[in-house]
Design a protein around this ligand. Structure first.
Ligand code: HEM
Ligand SMILES: *[C@@H]1O[C@H](CO)[C@@H](O)[C@H](O)[C@H]1NC(C)=O
Ligand SMILES: *[C@@H]1O[C@H](CO)[C@@H](O)[C@H](O)[C@H]1NC(C)=O
Ligand SMILES: *[C@@H]1O[C@H](CO)[C@@H](O)[C@H](O)[C@H]1NC(C)=O
Length: 316
């Protein structure tokens, strides 16, 4: 009896919490039943034309969630004196905004004023992973869009130069664990990076080493030839892994070989707990997929907005 009472209490708390967050799998079941299908179609079409679209959308969703919660603040345009997140410093790999605009337009034609831009981005990020061969997960929905976006706040994003304690802090501030950190870093199995994001590892690393000694020597040499000069190589860069349009667990294998691009990737080997997870995900793609899907649900449930925007680029 006591067990049943405590079970129903915890069930009540659980339901109350998920209601407070306002997210549920069937949020649009009655108000816009075809929303998900419509968004998937738009992301699929865009990916056919540009293979780098999925990586762009996945990173966009991560940036959105890490600043003010997943409230589509990353989608807002600068206006008047306000410089928005998308025009802030770590904006280089933010692109493919047009895909979210296209999805919003298609969904608005079906059910105007119902589906938030934040939900569209969360769904599109899931679709991006599935279209790249990665895992599927059911996306909880019901996010609201925010009214504030400030370029100055993008310094709150983790830097590729972060060590393990800085990464841990950045994630834990958002309710994410070390397990989430290792799983979500696996997003670096797709996409492209500019030289500026790893430049400091391949030249003038520190007083005793010109090149970061954790980099594999031949890999470091190839990065140096891709990125010849700090100023000339503005658009130069390289793919995140040798299969940049396939969502697999290659990323974790590369870390052990000293062939991951960022210090923040390599840093996952510097604590026993995270190193063990890197090893687990390296040896089992299925284990990685399961962990990635559950950590994505956690990250994408950090909410923050107030309204359902009509146009993802401007507040109502
Ligand atoms: C752990 C902290 C993280 C750091 C320090 C970090 C840093 C970076 C940097 C520096 C780039 C390259 C930007 C450029 O030079 O163009 C990048 C790209 C990327 N990141 Fe992360 N990231 C982190 C976590 C994540 C997470 C959690 C995800 C998603 C689950 C993610 C997904 C991506 C993707 C897909 C790209 C490629 C983007 C493209 O091709 O357009 N990252 N990241
Ligand atoms: C990125 O931000 C810089 C300022 O930090 C800005 O000059 C540039 O136009 C932005 N790029 C994009 C693609 O938004
Ligand atoms: C990480 O960097 C911070 C800031 O530079 C430093 O205080 C800390 O000791 C470093 N931690 C590790 C584990 O290297
Ligand atoms: C340079 O980095 C290497 C590897 O991280 C380290 O062993 C060495 O002590 C560093 N040297 C200086 C002067 O900081």
């Amino acid at each position: 009896m006591a067990f049943l009472v405590s079970l129903s209490i915890s069930l009540f708390i659980y339901l109350a919490c998920s209601q407070a967050r306002g997210l549920s799998s069937n949020h649009y079941e009655k108000t816009c039943p075809d929303a998900e299908y419509t968004i998937t179609k738009v992301v699929k079409e865009a990916t056919k034309k540009d293979k780098m679209v999925p990586a762009a959308i996945l990173r966009m969703h991560f940036h959105d969630c890490f600043i003010r919660g997943c409230d589509a603040s990353v989608l807002l345009n600068s206006k008047g004196k306000n410089t928005a997140e998308k025009d802030g410093p770590p904006n280089k790999s933010l692109h493919a905004f047009y895909v979210i605009d296209g999805a919003k337009k298609a969904v608005e034609a079906l059910c105007p004023g119902v589906v938030s831009c934040a939900d569209i981005l969360a769904l599109a990020a899931r679709d991006a992973v599935v279209l790249s061969g990665g895992p599927y997960w059911d996306v909880p929905k019901g996010r609201k869009d925010g009214r504030i976006s400030r370029a100055s706040e993008t310094i709150q994003l983790p830097s590729p130069l972060f060590n393990i304690s800085q990464l841990q802090q950045s994630f834990s501030q958002r309710g994410l664990s070390m397990d989430d950190l290792v799983a979500l870093s696996g997003g670096h199995t797709v996409g492209f990076s500019h030289c500026s994001s790893f430049q400091s590892r391949i030249r003038n690393f520190n007083a005793t080493h010109d090149i970061d000694p954790t980099l594999h020597p031949s890999f470091a040499a190839s990065l140096r030839s891709i990125c010849p000069d700090k100023n000339k190589a503005k658009n130069a860069g390289t793919s995140m892994d040798p299969s940049p349009i396939t969502f697999d667990n290659t990323y974790y294998k590369l870390i052990f070989q000293g062939k991951s691009l960022f210090s923040s990737d390599q840093a996952l080997l510097t604590s026993p707990k995270t190193k063990e997870l890197v090893s687990k995900f390296e040896s089992s793609k299925q284990t990685f997929y399961k962990a990635f899907a559950s950590s994505m649900i956690k990250m994408s449930s950090i909410t923050g907005g107030q309204e359902i925007r009509k146009d993802c680029r401007v507040v109502n």
